[in-house]
Design a protein around this ligand. Structure first.
Ligand SMILES: *Cc1c(COP(=O)(O)O)cnc(C)c1O
Length: 231
């Protein structure tokens, strides 16, 4: 059975408190880090809890699952795609998501740009970078980030908000921390080179959000710490 709203509220309160404490020890203003609850694998009710709590967006990693939940949901919320996207689903993703965080190839940029153009909308995107050089993760290689940004900036129907990464799975917390520091460095270099702000740094999940906040995350994507273990 899925958790009740009260459980979600208590967990989210506790998480917000801990995020604020982590911000303070890192010398950061707590209002500069947002929480994106990740509702993948949980029922559409999860998105309703998020809205009831006063948060504005949820993360989903599969297009079709989000489309199905949007049909069921009784509330309005922003939907962000955080999972790998195949070019043949770009059109559906552009129609059903308010932002795509997982853009990692020129081909995908081109498909999303065309789809957004047909829909008459500007689609916000993040470029997903494999900042931990993890062979098991999607995301553009760090060395390809500049070229990817160059292409993205030339696409009229896309707006590049920043970068996203997923840290490699590791027992050593230093691995995640290094990955997040690397993404921030890549962002700083791209900002200097292209003169664009790239303000959003989407990094950190249930197991590593403290390290991500310490390294400059502006958005942590948290699922299981709020909604419980996935079945
Ligand atoms: C599932 C997922 C998350 C959330 O993971 P938790 O460990 O449940 O917090 C964050 N980001 C991405 C890309 C995900 O796929």
């Amino acid at each position: 059975m899925f958790i009740d709203y009260e459980t979600f509220r208590l967990r989210t309160d506790a998480l917000a408190l801990r995020m604020a404490e982590t911000c303070r020890s890192a010398g950061r203003d707590p209002t500069t880090v947002r929480l994106l609850p990740v509702t993948k694998t949980y029922p559409a009710t999860a998105a309703e809890y998020v809205v009831r709590y006063g948060l504005l967006a949820v993360g989903e990693n599969r297009v079709q699952e989000a489309v199905d939940k949007q049909a069921q949901a009784t509330v309005k919320v922003r939907w962000e795609l955080i999972g790998h996207l195949q070019s043949n689903k770009a059109k559906l993703a552009a129609a059903h998501f308010d932002r795509v965080q997982s853009v990692d190839s020129e081909k995908l940029l081109n498909h999303l740009d065309r789809a957004a153009g047909e829909l008459g909308k500007t689609l916000p995107v993040l470029l997903q970078i494999n900042a931990g050089n993890d062979p098991a993760k999607f995301g553009a290689e760090p060395a390809a980030a500049a070229r990817l940004l160059e292409v993205a900036l030339a696409r009229k129907n896309l707006r590049v908000d920043g970068l996203m990464t997923i840290a490699p799975l590791s027992d050593d917390p230093a691995v995640a921390r290094r990955t997040f520091a690397n993404l921030r460095t890549i962002r700083d270099e791209l900002t200097a080179r292209f003169g664009v702000p790239l303000t959003e740094l989407s990094m950190g999940m249930s197991g590593d959000f403290d390290a991500a906040i310490a390294e400059g995350s502006t958005m942590v994507r948290v699922g299981s710490a709020l909604f419980g273990p996935r079945g």
